[in-house]
Design a protein around this ligand. Sequence first.
Ligand code: FES
Length: 131
Amino acid sequence: MLNRKADITPIGESQIQIYIDDEPVNVVEGETVLSAIHAVQKNQIMQNDYKANLGAYCGMGICHSCLVNIDGKYKQRSCKTLIRDGMRVTTMSNRFNDMGIKDNQPLVTSADFEEKVASSDQPESEDSNVN
Ligand code: FES
């Protein structure tokens, strides 16, 4: 369980729980995902496609510096998303892995690439040059 250390006013008894990076967190109805993330003192929230770590900037949906994975969907603005019971939030996630390949995309091997090049290098038949 992640402790909410940064709340200005204690949230009291909470019946709703979400998971931030697989850790349960008590939240209150009407709260945004960003509010819950900040309450547990996480400031680095996302990693962009160039591997730069970012934190929320505007807090109102403009800067796109708070993108997280919510229930398996990448690039969700945490500042514009209200919490739902049982929601799973992953910070610092990116749809591209370290090899620059999009998550859930089939891996194209060099053999696949060579086969594609070989099939496109077929010489045209002599008949195609006849006018
Ligand atoms: S903090 Fe700017 S879009 Fe969420």
